[in-house]
Every structure is written in C-alpha cells, then in structure tokens.
Ligand binder design. Structure first.
Ligand SMILES: Nc1nc2c(c(=O)[nH]1)N(C=O)[C@@H](CNc1ccc(C(=O)N[C@@H](CCC(=O)O)C(=O)O)cc1)CN2
Ligand SMILES: Nc1ncnc2c1ncn2[C@@H]1O[C@H](COP(=O)(O)OP(=O)(O)OP(=O)(O)O)[C@@H](O)[C@H]1O
Length: 211
C-alpha cells in the first residue's frame, strides 16, 4: 500500500471518529439494543457457547447490553486484552467486577487468559470497526490487532460488526491482510453481505426499518 493510500486511510479514520463524536447518547443505546436483540434472535445463538466480543468505550456503538445478555444466558463471552506488542489476548467476562481500566481508556477483563489463538475456538466474533463497506471490508483503528486476531479464527466462524448509522459505506480501501466480515448491525437492523448465507436470519427488530 502506498504512502498516499495510507494517508487516505488515516484521513478516513479521522472523519469517522469525528462523526462518532457528534452522535447523541441515544444513538449508542439504540445500536446496542438492536445489536443485542438481533443476535439473540439468531436460531443458533443458544448453541453458541463462546462468543468473542469487546467492551465498548466512548463513542463506540454500545456492546454492554449484548455482553450482559449473553453472559446472563450462560455463554462464555471473551473480551480482548490489548498486549503491548499489539496482539490481542482474551479473557472471559464474569460480571462488571471482572473488568479493570487499561490503556487508552479501555476496560479489560482481569480473569485467566485464553491466549492469542482463542478466536480459533469461538462460535462468533463481534468485532469493532469505524466503518465497513458493502463487500465486508472493515476499517479499524489502525493498530492491525483485529486483523491479526481474526486470522486465528476458523474460516467459517461468522464475524459481525456493530455500526452507527452512516458507517456502512459503499467502498473502503482494502488490503491483502484484511479479513472480510460477514455482517453488520446498524440501528436499521442486520445486514448480511452474502445473500445466500445459511448462517443469518432476518431479525424481528421492532420498529427497525431494514435498509
Ligand atoms: N472497546 C474496544 N476495545 C478494543 C478495541 C476497540 O476498538 N474497542 N480494539 C481494537 O483494535 C483493541 C484495542 N486497540 C486500540 C488501538 C488503538 C487505540 C487508541 O486509542 N489509539 C490512539 C493512539 C494511541 C497512541 O498513542 O499511539 C488513538 O487512536 O488516538 C485504542 C485501542 C482491543 N480492545
Ligand atoms: N495478520 C497480520 N499480521 C501482522 N501484521 C498485520 C496483520 N494484519 C495487519 N497487520 C498490520 O497492521 C497494520 C494496520 O492494519 P490496518 O490499517 O488494516 O488496520 P485496521 O484493520 O484498520 O485496524 P484493526 O485491525 O486494529 O482494527 C498494518 O501496518 C498491517 O501491516
């Protein structure tokens, strides 16, 4: 990737972060509710023993509702631990007391570590992004830690990204190491990129006009 492309990606990140900062609190809550309800409505969800998610911070779409609902339902919810080298380790959410403040304002799980290859053994990955395009290319924070982490997952393990409205875009710059995502959840509901995918069911999200 050229320096120009890299600068373009940085500029895109800045733009999406700025737009996030302008969002009202209600937008975060709404996305969080739709995310929780959409994923819980998937017929395979009760069998999903282990889900890799993340604990949202700041202006990210809320994941706390989803994590709490899955955990209360008995699933093992793994959350990332950002290692100094930029890799992600994983530990289980065990209630609010199991999180501690970490670098960059992150809240991270303090329990036993599952190892950087834990995504190989999960049933679903809920992954953060600033934006996703219509072919499933995601734009992350730029540390590359999710690209590295997703490379450990099984080829058929679904990946879904929670997004605010306006963050599902027509086109993003793609790179060789990018691992495409399968679906996004926006306040308008679930959007699956492979229309023939047998994995996902349209969600019964009350009041959500699907786009
Ligand atoms: N809630 C949440 N947890 C997450 C992520 C995430 O995006 N959201 N991550 C997703 O990857 C990993 C953490 N990655 C991060 C990468 C960069 C920065 C960050 O704030 N960077 C500063 C610049 C840091 C610096 O001084 O170099 C910045 O972007 O302004 C934070 C987290 C794992 N946990
Ligand atoms: N599988 C990988 N192994 C090693 N380095 C990687 C891998 N994937 C990405 N990287 C490196 O990480 C850096 C950032 O990549 P990129 O710009 O695609 O990040 P991103 O997808 O926006 O962020 P993130 O993955 O943290 O959400 C790049 O310099 C890239 O070379």
């Amino acid at each position: 990737m050229s320096d120009l492309d890299r600068a373009g990606k940085r500029q895109l990140r800045r733009q999406f972060l700025e737009e996030r900062r302008a969002l009202e609190e209600a937008a975060h809550v709404r996305t969080g509710e739709v995310l929780r309800d959409t994923l819980r409505a998937q017929p395979w969800m009760p069998a999903a023993g282990t889900v890799a998610c993340y604990w949202s911070i700041g202006e990210e779409p809320d994941t706390h509702r989803l994590v709490t609902a899955l955990w209360e339902h008995g699933a093992t919810v793994l959350l990332p631990v950002f290692l100094p080298g930029g890799e992600l380790d994983w530990a289980a959410y065990e209630g609010p007391e199991s999180l501690a403040e970490a670098r960059y304002g992150l809240l991270e799980p303090t329990g036993r570590r599952y190892g950087v290859e834990a995504p190989a053994r999960v049933d679903l990955v809920v992954c953060p992004a600033l934006a996703v395009d219509r072919s499933g290319v995601r734009l992350g924070r730029g540390a590359g830690c999710y690209d590295r982490s997703l490379s450990h997952k099984g080829p058929h393990t679904p990946v879904v990204v929670p997004l605010h409205e306006g963050e599902l875009v027509a086109d993003l710059p793609a790179e060789e190491h990018d691992v495409p995502v399968d679906a996004v959840v926006t306040p308008a509901g679930l959007r699956v990129f492979d229309p023939g995918s047998p994995v996902w069911q349209a969600p019964p999200v009350p009041g959500a006009a699907r786009s």
